[in-house]
Write a new protein. Structure first.
Length: 185
């Protein structure tokens, strides 16, 4: 079906320059469901846990991207945020909780790569959390049960197989996607 997104990820494009926002939305529309906001206040009225990625202009007139980002973080929304802005980064970015920083101008390929990277980061984090939980359970059982009990347990065998699967998934995400080392997050 032409014109329909190829994934179920939702991207919110926020830029007070309507032409820029519409251009980015058009570039992403074939791959993702795209929402557009032409300012910070409108973005905050739209963004919720259904949004997976926010592409956020930093310098906007009514409400800055920094302020929008602060509110997104305050609401503890489950989305990744990339600043897509003409503002060259300075040391002040160290205090901001975004996931990526892209300096304009940026083309379709750059936008797609940014969204793909952010989605991969989210998948990596979710998989890593599941893996850590299962590893903890395995370690508790290994401390409390004898080797014989562990060897005889089908549940423990399934647990170890699931851990192996999740470790392979993490390796796959790391090898196929340009994501930063998540262990330092």
């Amino acid at each position: 079906m032409s014109g329909e997104p190829s994934t179920d990820a939702t991207v919110l494009v926020v830029d007070d320059e309507q032409r820029a926002a519409d251009t980015y939305a058009s570039a992403l529309g074939e791959e993702y469901e795209v929402l557009t906001a032409y300012g910070g206040r409108e973005a905050l009225s739209i963004v919720d846990d259904d949004v997976d990625v926010v592409l956020l202009d930093r310098r906007m007139s009514e409400l800055s991207g920094d302020e929008v980002l602060e509110e997104i973080l305050h609401r503890k929304l489950d989305c990744r945020v990339a600043m897509v802005t003409a503002v060259n980064p300075d040391f002040d970015i160290l205090e901001l909780g975004f996931d990526d920083y892209v300096v304009k101008p940026v083309g379709k390929d750059g936008l797609l790569a940014t969204v793909e990277r952010l989605l991969a980061m989210a998948e990596y984090d979710e998989t890593h959390t599941r893996l850590s939980s299962l590893q903890l359970k395995r370690n508790v059982l290994a401390l409390e049960k004898s080797d014989a009990e562990l060897d005889e347990s089908e549940e423990f065998e399934r647990l170890e197989a699931r851990i192996d699967e999740l470790e392979a998934q993490l390796d796959d995400i790391e090898s196929t996607t340009d994501i930063p080392d998540q262990r330092t997050r």
